[in-house]
Each structure stands twice: as structure tokens, then as C-alpha cells.
Design a protein around this ligand. Structure first.
Ligand code: 13P
Length: 262
């Protein structure tokens, strides 16, 4: 890998992915602590939480007017109709949401979501005015066989090929190595540097504006490793799982991101 493009992202983001955690009671404590703890966010830094669908209205009620945005962890690839159990992008947007995670590895693995379906979901999100956070990442086995770049390129190109340049320029990309998620240890700074440079190159190949989209790192980001990860070139913030469930962990991670310039 010879080309190492530097970060040119237009903004930075720290997004919490609550996964299937929470209750009305515990969410209220967490959301209030986040809104109170993050009174002002510097320009060009966005903080958000992606909550389970039933708590979207609660997130809207407690975060509206705060510095923190909200979103969801998935959405339907359909607009509307006879799709039992599905939730459309328009419904999510109705609740003032800004973000929709698509293609998280837990959905690819446990719900057999393929690259085309993920691309369709990203497209639906954009059509509804949401920002899709498109997750890509290799498994431990793929990494072991040196397939990382091939896997990431395939996951990413399925999305980029479906979108116009204007649409693609409104996406947020998240690199989440499957083997680092929930493991307690993040990928190394060196690994992250290489992979993010590779992803930046892939984005630039689609167009200059696409080359400026934020690329987040996710996978065991904690208060004690966030600053080092966010300082890596081409890392424009983080997608945070476990540590987004406690304000005393999530807020310091957000703080670490405010200290790295856009
Ligand atoms: P952890 O931060 O718990 O490793 O989860 C990362 C993740 O999957 C965020 O989407």
C-alpha cells in the first residue's frame, strides 16, 4: 500500500450505537446526562446516539434542542407497504432523527444482510434526508488470510456503485473490524492507519467530494484509547458500542474527539 492520503473530511462525528440495550428508565438517566454533559459541540463535530426503534420518541423528547443528535441502527430497504415488522426511513425521519446505521456486521452476520441490501438501505436513508452510517469490516478469518482490503472494497463499492456522487458525498463510513467489536481491545493504531488510508483512497476514486466524507473507526473504543485512535490520519471520529451506554465513558470519548482538529 503506497498511497496514504491524509484526512480531508468535512466534519468529525462520535456516534453511540446502543445496540439492543436500554429501558425507558435507564435511557432517561443516560440521555439527560449526555444532554447536560455536552452543552456545546464545536463546529464541524457531531455527536449522536443510535437507539432501538421503540425509544426514538424518547430520544427526540429528551435531546431536541440539545447539542446531541439521534438516529437508528437499521431501517427497511422498502419505502412502505406490506412488509411486516419493517420500519421505513420516512418513519424514522418523522421523529427528527438524523442518522441510520446500515450494514452493521451484526446485521450482516445474524440477519444475513448482503451488500446489495445494505446499499438499498443507504439509498432509502438518503432519500428520506437521513445520513446513513455505512459499516464495513472484515472478520478475523478474512484478516488472517489477508483478505481485508478485498472484503472492504467489495462492501464499499456495492454502496458507492448504487449512489450518485452527490448522494455518496452525504454518507458517513465506519470501519468496524468484526474481530475488534466487543472484544475489549481495539485494532492497533497501525492497522487503523493502513485501513483508513485504503478506504480514503477508495472514496477518492469515486470523486473529490466523496473523498471528504467522514470515516469513523469502531470496535472497542474506550476513554483510554479514544484520543490515540482519533489522532490517526483519516480517522474522523468513532462509532461507539459498549462505552456509549454510560455517560461517564461516552462523554470523555466525545471530549477526546473535540481535541483533534478537523
Ligand atoms: P464496541 O464499542 O462495544 O466494541 O462496539 C462497536 C460497535 O459495534 C459499534 O457499532
Amino acid at each position: 500500500m503506497s498511497k496514504m492520503p491524509e484526512s480531508t473530511a468535512s466534519e468529525k462525528l462520535v456516534i453511540g450505537n446502543w445496540k439492543m440495550h436500554g429501558s425507558l428508565r435507564s435511557n432517561e438517566v443516560l440521555l439527560r446526562a449526555l444532554a447536560n454533559g455536552m452543552k456545546a459541540v464545536p463546529p464541524r463535530l457531531k455527536i449522536g446516539v443510535c437507539v432501538p426503534f421503540p425509544y426514538l420518541a424518547q430520544a427526540q423528547a429528551l435531546l431536541a434542542g440539545s447539542a446531541i443528535e439521534w438516529g437508528v441502527q437499521d431501517l427497511s430497504s422498502h419505502d412502505e407497504g406490506a412488509y411486516t415488522g419493517e420500519v421505513s426511513a420516512a418513519m424514522v425521519a418523522d421523529f427528527g432523527a438524523r442518522y441510520a446505521i446500515v450494514g452493521h456486521s451484526e446485521r450482516r452476520e445474524y440477519h444475513r444482510e448482503g451488500a446489495i441490501l445494505v446499499a438499498e438501505k443507504a439509498e432509502r436513508a438518503l432519500e428520506a434526508g437521513l445520513t446513513p452510517i455505512v459499516c464495513v469490516g472484515e472478520t478475523a478469518e478474512e484478516r488472517e488470510f489477508a483478505f481485508t482490503e478485498r472484503v472492504l472494497a467489495a462492501q464499499l463499492s456495492a454502496v458507492l456503485d448504487r449512489l450518485s456522487i452527490e448522494q455518496a458525498a452525504s454518507v458517513v463510513l465506519a470501519y468496524e473490524p468484526v474481530w475488534a467489536i466487543g472484544s475489549g481491545s481495539s485494532a492497533s493504531v497501525e492497522d487503523v492507519r493502513h485501513v483508513h488510508a485504503f478506504l480514503r483512497g477508495q472514496l477518492l476514486a469515486k470523486g473529490a467530494a466523496v473523498g471528504r466524507i467522514p470515516v469513523l473507526y469502531g470496535g472497542s473504543v474506550k476513554p483510554d484509547n479514544a484520543a490515540a485512535l482519533f489522532a490517526v490520519p483519516n480517522v474522523d471520529g468513532g462509532l461507539i458500542g459498549g462505552a456509549s451506554l454510560a455517560a461517564d465513558q461516552f462523554l470523555p470519548i466525545c471530549e477526546a474527539c473535540t481535541e483533534t482538529p478537523v
